[in-house]
Design a protein around this ligand. Structure first.
Ligand SMILES: Cc1ncc(COP(=O)(O)O)c(C=O)c1O
Length: 394
């Protein structure tokens, strides 16, 4: 019997999982590891959202299968969000589908629209589902830069010119995980124009729609003229409302793409637990204070991270958005590689970060630092790292 499974062969071991296992082992051994590795929000959702979950969960009729595409009220709530936040009108019936987190949404979407051998343009470094969702679905990836500079456009054009078969999809993710880079609406307009010209679908991941700093809101690709012709966009309640474990997200945009995702999902799932969907409505329609308070919380942590790590001898470029900083390995450690460096940080400084190589070849030489511990612990991490840098000397 062959264990040479076609898809499994194409999935390298999840690098993040390797570092997570080390962190877990260190904690089991009683060590206090400061975990700046995984992008797992440390705050709870607002109380009224939890109350709604409990209230609906007590109803005897709330426990059956739900609707795969999401209950109508939740799709309407997402339409209202896009209207008030981006000024974009969406039809809740044909242009919105609820997903069980945006990760599931992206994976099901890849299954829905990919034919074996399709070429997908995906950024490197990137959040793994942006490449592996499509690889699992049988696609080939052609990497393009994550940094949205002129080189980005040159690479897109080169990819269209030289790749056979011609690429059919482009993935964009800003604010970027892992690099925290951001774009403006002009960039999205150029992407949409380029995609229309080249006959390419665009998949935008806007998981960090609300975690922007210094008062500069991040745009949606849906604001670009003609976006609905070519684009679909995924958003998530995980970071915006600190609901990561609830598994709640959305896809919006082009009707054909939404219909394809809805169709595949109708075969794969019965939708999220109804009380979760009802509580998600309460989050989207109710008081929005948590968005601003989360933004301030992460911005403050960013400032503490940049300042305290800088004093420890490690310059961290301040991220403009997201919950991550993307930093080059400190001076003298460059040749070690990001995985080895991350392991040494756990072993010798009790600090977990995510190795950049886990986000693709272009991520080598970097680590991603998640701002998911409080300010005091970020300062403690900086003190530990200072000692580690002094001892190891690079
Ligand atoms: C860019 C990006 N997209 C999607 C996700 C997945 O989010 P969700 O919890 O909605 O599945 C994450 C989670 O970290 C992310 O960083």
């Amino acid at each position: 019997m062959s264990e040479d499974f076609y898809r499994i062969k194409r999935l390298p071991p999840y690098v993040i999982a390797e570092v997570n296992a080390m962190r877990h082992a260190a904690r089991q051994a009683g060590r206090d590891i400061i975990d700046l590795g995984m992008g797992n929000p440390d705050q709870p959702p607002p109380p009224h959202v939890i109350d709604k979950l409990c209230e609906v969960a007590r109803k005897p009729n709330a426990h059956g299968y739900s609707q795969s595409k999401g209950i109508p009220g939740l799709r309407r709530a997402q339409a209202s969000y896009y209207q008030r936040r981006f000024g974009v009108e969406l039809d809740p019936q044909s242009e919105i589908v609820v997903t069980m987190g945006s990760k599931e949404g992206l994976a099901s979407f890849a299954t829905a629209i990919t034919a074996p051998g399709d070429v997908v343009l995906a950024p490197s470094p990137s959040y793994p589902i942006h490449t592996f969702g499509f690889i699992i679905a049988g696609a080939t990836i052609r990497s393009v830069p994550t940094t949205p500079g002129e080189e980005y456009w040159r690479e897109l054009d080169r990819a269209m010119q030289y790749t056979v078969p011609r690429p059919t999809m482009l993935v964009v993710n800003y604010p970027s995980n892992p690099t925290a880079e951001v774009v403006d609406l002009e960039f999205y307009q150029r992407v949409v124009d380029w995609a229309r010209e080249n006959g390419v679908w665009v998949i935008s991941d806007l998981a960090y729609s609300e975690l922007y700093f210094d008062g500069v809101p991040t745009p949606s690709i849906m604001q670009a003229e003609g976006a609905k012709e070519v684009a679909v966009e995924f958003t998530s309640m995980s970071k915006t409302y600190s609901m990561a474990g609830w598994r709640m997200g959305f896809a919006v945009g082009n009707r054909e793409l939404i219909a394809a995702l809805t169709r595949v999902k109708s075969y794969l799932d019965y939708g999220a637990f109804t009380p979760i969907q009802a509580a998600a409505c309460a989050a989207l329609n109710g008081p929005q204070d948590i968005i601003e308070s989360n933004r301030q919380l992460y911005q403050k942590r960013r400032d503490v991270l940049v300042e305290s790590f800088g004093r420890a001898g490690w310059e961290i470029p301040p991220p403009a958005a997201s919950m991550f900083a993307w930093a080059k390995l400190p001076k003298g450690f460059e040749s070690m590689g990001s995985l080895e460096f991350s392991k040494r940080l756990i072993e010798e400084a009790d600090v977990a970060v995510a190795a950049g190589v886990g986000y693709g070849e272009e991520g080598e030489g970097y680590v991603r630092i998640a701002m998911v511990e409080n300010e005091q612990r970020i300062r403690q991490a900086a003190r530990n790292i200072k000692r580690f840098l002094a001892k190891s000397g690079g």
